[in-house]
Write a protein that binds this ligand. Sequence first.
Ligand code: ZN
Length: 243
Amino acid sequence: MHKQAILLHTSKLFFTDKRRWVRHVINPCGPVTGMQVRLATRVTSEHYVTGKLWLHATLPICPWHPKGGCGWARHGTYPRTAPLGTRIARWYCPKAGRTVSALPDCLASHRTGTLSQCEACVRALELAPSLESACDHLRTDIELPGAIRYLSRLIRAVHGALRAIKGLYPTAFTCSPTLTDFAALLATPQVLVELRDRIAPHLPFLPTPLGFNPPSITRQSSRPAFQHTMGRDPPMALVDAPD
Ligand SMILES: [Zn+2]
């Protein structure tokens, strides 16, 4: 078990070890009925939609009851507004009273659109002389104050995730916590998608849109306690079909 201390910039939550995130994420501090897990696939959002890969997503074991007997089963799908035609596979545990949805690596968590779109915005912001000037090009669909709020939150969340990753792997990520520098270090144009794979065990407690920890996950929960071996990796869905 890792014993790293990670300060999550956006949610102001302090995790001292993996046991803490299991307690927090699997048994969230709030009226959250759904849990998000990774659907491990490197396909683009276009391929995901045209191939309807949500139909081929598999998550055979309940996160709360790995020995079975809880009635774990597929629970249909739900739509996302963008990209057009996107659906997300979902499962349900009647014993825990919670659903689990599988987010493909190409899509942003708790934000509309793809991780690539988020990355393009943040990279443009990193190079722009000011936030206001970047808004003129990045979010022309909404008014300036709304665009500033949206982009401020986005860059804060992404840079917060990169700082947390640097804390987890200080010798691997010696660069500054920007997408520009991470791209140079990893030699990839798709940093966020690449990180979904590289730091997969930590996604549940990293800030959205890269990780699955939304800023609002701070309230008290009345949900049943998580009863599984601590320290294991979080559940991950796979695509049971050729890419
Ligand atoms: Zn279950």
